[in-house]
Design a binder for this molecule. Structure first.
Ligand code: FES
Length: 373
């Protein structure tokens, strides 16, 4: 059977040094490609100034040390600027305009820190480190013990020939530059973390006022409609409706946005028969009032607001990653990545018939990791 090219033409057997066409599929033959390339070998090694002259080597050492010192100074500039320069101070910079002094100094510090290490390492390699080409032949993956031992010796020889051990100035400045290089990262990480959250994440505005001794005085706050900030009565909540709720008094606080992100609640009314006949379903109904139930609006996955309520299925949906909570079974997770049900707020009515919280949330709201706060 004859071999055919994709275009149906019979391939030609290439000969001699004729070029092989690469659009004819599989082609056998020697074509114009030689069987072997001759080894061009390595160019002769040329000694550098520092290899021939100890004075030149000393000069190169000082230059490398100066570059590592530049890196150290850059790192120190970064750290000092981070702590002592006011973030509101500005400075005029030619060709740009007014800019933040702190940003300028932090940027320059980090730039010199990195530049000094980079230039120092390159200059060191080009002037002092061995520059002879070394060829290593292929060998089995697992080296013989003798080879492994030889490798260790080669590494030790390399350390010796890089002159680190013989040149303490180089060693000290290199160690200083590399050691301090990580400092800006650590300083930013530690300095910008802020105070520990303690129990801030497991306590919400529903817990009442915090006393001087750090404990909370329980207060049965009214449920206020958001954004009207008006109280709500059971009669306002018809079956199938859903209300966004904030605790009474929250919107008057200057830090209300922080508190709102934890205390927001969704209020829904179900037919009392719609709750499942399970322990969770019964608890959900008992913690509600005449079929009205209140659940945290903060998704237990990563904290998005749970904003969709399907009144026919009584499912709450989080739009971020589609976690779905079954209101008839105490907001159990029935789909999606959330790890916990939404916490329920136990409600009742006060003497004037307004809906109030009977007790604060009994478990931390929001993502599961907050529980460890
Ligand atoms: S934040 Fe709600 S599902 Fe991810």
């Amino acid at each position: 059977m004859s071999e055919h090219t994709p275009t149906g033409a019979t391939p030609q057997e290439p000969s001699g040094s004729e070029p092989v066409r690469l659009d004819q599929g599989h082609v056998q033959g020697s074509g114009g490609i030689p069987e072997r390339f001759s080894n061009p070998g390595l160019p002769p090694h040329v000694l550098r100034n520092a290899d021939r002259d100890e004075k030149a080597a000393k000069r190169a050492e000082r230059q490398v040390a100066a570059l590592f010192t530049l890196s150290i100074l850059g790192t120190l500039l970064f750290v000092v600027s981070y702590f002592i320069v006011d973030v509101d101070d500005t400075v005029w910079v030619p060709f740009t305009n007014e800019m933040s002094l702190a940003n300028l100094l932090l940027g320059l510090g980090l730039a010199f820190s990195l530049l000094g290490i980079g230039l120092g390492a390159v200059h060191w390699a080009k002037t002092l480190m061995p520059d002879t080409e070394v060829v290593e032949m292929r060998h089995p993956m697992r080296s013989a013990d003798a080879d492994r031992q030889a490798f260790v010796e080669t590494m030790l020889d390399g350390a010796e020939s890089s002159q680190l051990t013989r040149r303490p100035l180089l060693k000290a400045t290199f160690a200083g530059a590399m050691g301090l290089f990580a400092l800006p990262l650590v300083v930013q990480l530690v300095g910008s973390l802020g105070p520990l959250p303690k129990n801030d994440l497991s306590v919400t505005f529903w817990n009442g006022e915090k006393g001087e001794d750090g404990t909370y005085t329980p207060k049965k706050l009214r449920l206020h409609k958001d954004p009207e900030d008006t109280p709500i009565k059971p009669g306002d909540v018809t079956i199938g409706s859903v209300f966004h709720i904030q605790p009474e008094g929250l919107l008057e606080r200057p830090d209300f946005l922080d508190e709102m992100s934890k205390a927001s609640v969704l209020l829904m009314r179900l037919n009392p028969e719609d709750f499942q006949d399970t322990d969770k379903g019964r608890k959900a109904r008992e913690w509600g009032y005449q079929g009205i139930v209140a659940y945290s609006k903060v998704c237990t996955h990563v904290g998005c607001p749970v904003g969709l309520y399907e009144q026919t299925t009584h499912h709450l949906l989080c739009p971020c990653h589609q976690s779905t909570f079954d209101v008839t079974n105490d907001c159990e997770v029935i789909f999606g990545p959330a790890g916990h049900p939404l916490p329920q707020l136990k409600i009742t009515v006060d003497s004037e018939g307004y809906l109030i919280a009977d007790q604060p949330f009994q478990e931390p709201v929001g993502p599961s990791f907050w529980e460890r706060g």
